[in-house]
Design a protein around this ligand. Structure first.
Ligand code: PLP
Length: 361
């Protein structure tokens, strides 16, 4: 399905000043000049695809999304490459996951080519917002919300799809540093048959209280166990988790309680190509701790778009804290980080065809 987008001309006076100090970008605080919007109803399908000024939405206080959480989103990044164009990393996989999330939330799918075209058009128009220093990128946030005003539980018959972007800073401005994570014992994130496989607000709302308590106790993030028995390891707040145990990298398979991470999938592809043994299988927190006790737990790291790879230096469970390796980033985590960043920034070959190049003027 292809569609002609209406592109509004934005007066220079309406454009905001671009950040000048790229070391202060942080994450998620700054937005580029344009946004993409498109509306849906069952009668019209998707209509009014439009690139316009980034501005506040006008929404009824009764909009279904505000009460019942019918919404999905995605997160992907665009990177400047040495040839002067821009690299999008595995964007088609984000489009496919967005459609799967939408289906789970009973929202209409956005055709993949429109999703991708919206991202590319924003990159072209707002290319001056893409930061230049190593580790920085343009974060892209496609979102779908239920806009029908209705106080009552039902699927919305009015939906808005929009895409916003904004420059984000290097995740590790002071070098690749390990995080401390703690197993969440008091709360659950996603149950069997629930929303865990979808990128939807409710999963993150369910995690907020636990994250706050973890941060108060000196940790960076929470490691979630399965909701039924609190035994099986699932994932971290916004990353999938991998364990190197006696030479094999083990990670729980994505399923209805674990998001199918695109970074994790890339990590597994890379490791297989390096002939490192990998296993996608369920493992319990006791399996992890006994590997630690036997001296076989060589590395633990998270994988996700924001940090790419996040080495875990310490893991806490049941009031005990365990150091992983020597508490520093392990060699596999480091090599994966360098390789993925190299591919994303176009500094290393892309044997898997993960990059889509976007030309900018
Ligand atoms: C809950 C959760 N798990 C895993 C991930 C990692 O997914 P990806 O590698 O596609 O960013 C994310 C980030 O999007 C997430 O929010």
């Amino acid at each position: 399905m292809s569609m002609d987008f209406t592109i509004d001309t934005i007066a220079q006076a309406a454009c905001r000043p671009k950040p000048t100090d790229e070391s202060q970008l942080g994450f998620g605080k700054i937005y580029s000049d344009h946004m993409f919007t498109m509306r849906w109803t069952p009668e019209t399908g998707w209509v009014e695809p439009r690139v316009r000024l980034f501005e506040n939405l006008s929404l009824s206080p009764a909009a279904l999304v505000l009460h019942y959480g019918q919404t999905v989103f995605e997160g992907l990044k665009a990177y400047r490459n040495p040839a002067g164009s821009v690299n999008l990393f595995r964007a088609a996989d984000n489009a496919a996951r967005f459609a799967r999330s939408a289906q789970r939330l009973d929202l209409p799918p956005v055709p993949d080519d429109i999703f991708l075209e919206a991202c590319k058009t924003l990159i072209e128009l707002d290319h001056e917002w893409i930061p230049r220093s190593h580790g920085t990128s343009l974060y892209i946030r496609p979102t779908m919300i239920a806009t029908e005003p209705y106080i009552g539980l039902k699927s919305s018959s009015e939906v808005l799809f929009y895409v916003i972007t904004g420059p984000v800073g290097a995740y590790y401005p002071e070098g690749f540093s390990p995080v401390r994570i703690t197993v969440c014992e008091g709360y659950s994130r996603a149950g069997p048959g629930g929303l865990g496989s979808a990128k939807t607000a409710a999963n993150y709302a369910a995690s907020l209280r636990a994250e706050k308590e973890a941060i108060k106790a000196g940790f960076t993030q929470v490691l979630w166990l399965d909701a039924s028995r609190r035994r099986y390891v699932e994932e971290v707040g916004s990353m999938n988790i991998l364990f190197k145990i006696d030479g094999t990298v083990v990670t729980p398979p994505s399923g209805d309680t674990i998001l199918a991470g695109i970074t994790k999938d890339s990590v597994l592809e890379l490791l297989r190509s390096w002939e490192v043994a990998v296993e996608e299988r369920r493992l319990t927190i006791d399996d992890v701790l006994s590997a630690h006790q036997n001296g076989q737990l060589e590395e633990v790291f998270g994988a996700g778009t924001a940090a790419v790879i996040s080495p875990v230096g310490q893991l806490a469970y049941n009031d005990k804290t365990y150091s992983i390796g020597n508490g520093e980033a392990g060699p596999v985590a480091l090599e994966l980080f360098d390789e993925l960043m190299g591919i994303q920034y176009g500094q290393r070959p892309d044997p898997f065809g993960w990059i889509t190049k976007v030309d900018i003027a």
